[in-house]
Every structure is written in C-alpha cells, then in structure tokens.
Design a protein around this ligand. Structure first.
Ligand code: SF4
Ligand code: SF4
Length: 80
C-alpha cells in the first residue's frame, strides 16, 4: 500500500514538472533570424543558438517573458 502511494506521488511530481516545462515560451524556428536579442536579455541564460536559431531550455527558463517582448520578429510564443 505504501509503495503504491509513493509511486502515485512520484508520478504526480513527474507530471507536474513536465507540465511546467511545456508551459514555457517556445521559439517559432521559421520566424527566428538568429539575431540573439532574446539571448542578450534573458536573465537566466536559458536561450542559446542552435543552427542559427534560438532555442529555450525549459529547465532553466523562469518564464519571465522578457524574450517575448525583446524579439523584433515575434518569433517567441507563449502557449498560455
Ligand atoms: S530575438 Fe527573435 S529572431 Fe532574434 S534570435 Fe531571438 S527568437 Fe530569433
Ligand atoms: S521567459 Fe525569461 S527566462 Fe525564459 S527564456 Fe525568456 S527571457 Fe529567458
């Protein structure tokens, strides 16, 4: 019984973390021109460039949304 309860709690924790990661802003790669404005303003250095396109690490992102405002091409979207 205890094991089942612990397993359930563990599953809930995993699902919560996954949901939080999914709610973070994401980059529309087709709109990104690789100007790095977003990376320059990110307070946690969560944005890096991969193949000249911005990429957000959801584990480092604190969801402050500064990058959304900073992108001159509206390439960063918020799914909420
Ligand atoms: S500011 Fe916008 S266009 Fe520039 S690198 Fe970031 S996502 Fe791409
Ligand atoms: S929302 Fe904030 S912390 Fe997350 S990538 Fe954008 S600027 Fe960085």
């Amino acid at each position: 019984m205890k094991l089942a309860l612990i397993s359930l709690l563990l599953l809930l924790c995993i699902l919560t973390v996954a949901a939080m990661a999914l709610e973070k802003p994401f980059v529309d790669k087709s709109a990104c021109v690789g100007c790095k404005d977003c990376a320059g303003i990110c307070p946690t250095a969560a944005i890096s460039l991969e193949s000249e396109k911005a990429s957000i690490d959801p584990e480092i992102c604190i969801d402050c949304k500064l990058c959304i405002q900073a992108c001159p091409f509206k390439a960063i979207k918020d799914i909420k």
